[in-house]
Design a protein around this ligand. Structure first.
Ligand code: GDP
Ligand code: MG
Length: 440
């Protein structure tokens, strides 16, 4: 991954007070590669690298960061900015129903996303959506939406496959008005490729339905292609947002960046699975980390792999994801991790690490690791597994047993809590994120 490649570059420039042009250039070569590997559009990468170069050269290095981390920080900030803030708001028409048109290529996930969106509208905003089956071409497309409607216990509007999508849209909106349903979600047809007949039809539907939102549903796995698709749809229809599906798969998600940069269409949601609740707001910051492949727990494991056997690493990964990570595991890992190098550097690879209070104090030297080990070893088995039971009197006992003081015990407990919280945040991002290959 990028993080490990950058680490090598970082080794060379460690200790410098200021990042010079050559350092940045070298690092940006790696960043450029990472972006291209993540399927970010070539032109977007070029502009991006140029901007970061301007920002990073000559910057004074923050004391808490190594020059390498500083450049990564700039890169991450710029990527995040490029993708805009969180944009998961959905339009509300002041003359209900609010109409949302779902468009995209065949197989992108339109029908599934229509169901997910309806589910979200009801759950989060207490809205009453009507699902509209306007894909009359794909065999069983109507049935698919009806099945979703049944699962959600929501009405589905359909006129079969002999009535035009324009007519279906028109009647569906009338019906929604009549029944005081406040959202109309129109599931339209897709093709394998952009085609004129389809675009004509979608334009006609748009004319009649006057949608408040037109969401492009696009498969994150299609990489570079996603940009061309988004560009065409945007030019023909004027998109108001995009939903990036199948991010639960093995993709870096560079399409998000390209779509945003090329069409200026905000990514509003991401699809994280086939289930109806697997639709999440788009978080630019998380996506930036994902694109760069940094802050990835697997990178950490990758490092750990040099010292521990693969089975153990896998087991740890599982535990981190399932949140069943305990002090016992922590102790075990401390021993392994010590072989890898400075612990603060390893912890620094975790996403959001710089935001965690107390982590700086964890700039552990060998002596401190021994102290931490002593504290953990003084815990009972139950305390290691369920640290929440550690009361004041238990803390005193542990402190005494380890020859440390109660503040140190407190600090460790706090750090462990923070670490678990961080893992929880990460697991959302990386769970199933790279199921193939596992250790790159
Ligand atoms: P449409 O042709 O655009 O309507 O696409 P569908 O909604 O029929 O979806 C095509 C396939 O992609 C189906 O098998 C869906 O279950 C699957 N799919 C859709 N969204 C996601 C997602 O976010 N993650 C995963 N893993 N599969 C998805
Ligand atoms: Mg469909």
């Amino acid at each position: 991954g990028l993080a490990s490649r950058l680490q090598q570059t970082m080794q060379k420039i460690r200790g410098k007070g200021v990042v010079n042009e050559a350092d940045v250039k070298e690092m940006m070569r790696e960043v450029r590669l990472a972006l291209l590997e993540a399927d970010v559009n070539f032109k977007v990468v070029k502009d991006f690298v140029k901007r970061v170069n301007e920002r990073a050269v000559g910057q004074e290095v923050l004391k808490s960061l190594t020059p390498g981390q500083q450049v990564i920080k700039v890169v991450q900030e710029e990527l995040t900015a490029l993708m805009g803030g969180e944009q998961s708001k959905i339009a509300v028409s002041n003359r209900p129903p609010t109409v949302i048109m779902m468009v995209g290529l065949q197989g992108a996930g339109k029908t599934t996303t229509t169901g997910k969106l309806a589910n979200l509208l009801r759950k989060k905003y207490n809205r009453k959506p009507l699902l509209v089956a306007a894909d009359i071409y794909r065999p069983a497309a109507i049935k698919q939406l009806e099945t979703l409607g049944k699962q959600l216990n929501m009405p589905v509007f359909s006129l079969g496959d002999q009535v035009s999508p324009v007519e279906i849209a028109k009647q569906a909106i009338a019906k929604a008005k009549e029944e005081h349903l406040d959202y109309v979600l129109i599931d339209t047809a897709g093709r394998l490729h952009i085609d004129e007949a389809l675009m004509d039809e979608l334009q006609q539907v748009k004319e009649i339905a006057k949608p408040d939102e037109i969401f492009l549903v696009v498969d994150a796995m299609t990489g570079q292609d996603a940009v061309n698709v988004a560009d065409s749809f945007h030019q023909q229809l004027g998109l108001t947002g995009a939903v990036l599906t199948k991010l639960d798969g093995d993709t870096r998600g560079g399409a998000a960046l390209s779509i945003r940069a090329v069409t200026n269409t905000p990514i509003k949601f991401v699809g994280m699975g086939e289930k109806l609740d697997a639709l999440e707001p788009f978080h630019p910051e998380r996506m930036a980390s994902r694109i760069l492949g940094m802050g990835d727990v697997l990178t950490l494991i990758e490092k750990a792999q040099m010292a521990v056997d693969e089975d153990k690493a896998r087991e740890l990964e599982q535990k981190m994801r399932s949140m069943s990570f305990t002090f016992e595991d922590f102790l075990d890992q401390l021993g392994q991790v010590r072989k890898l190098g400075p612990l603060d550097e390893i912890l620094g690879m975790l996403p959001g690490a710089n935001k965690i209070k107390g982590l700086k104090d964890m700039k552990v030297d060998e002596k401190q690791i021994k102290h931490v080990e002593a504290i953990i070893q003084s815990m009972t088995k139950e305390e290691k597994i369920h640290p929440e039971i550690i009361s004041a009197s238990r803390k005193k006992r542990i402190a005494k047993g380890s020859g440390r003081n109660v503040q140190e015990v407190n600090r460790l407990l706090k750090q462990f809590e923070d670490m678990k919280k961080m893992m929880k945040q990460m697991s959302g991002m990386t769970a199933k994120g790279k199921k193939k290959g596992g250790f790159k």
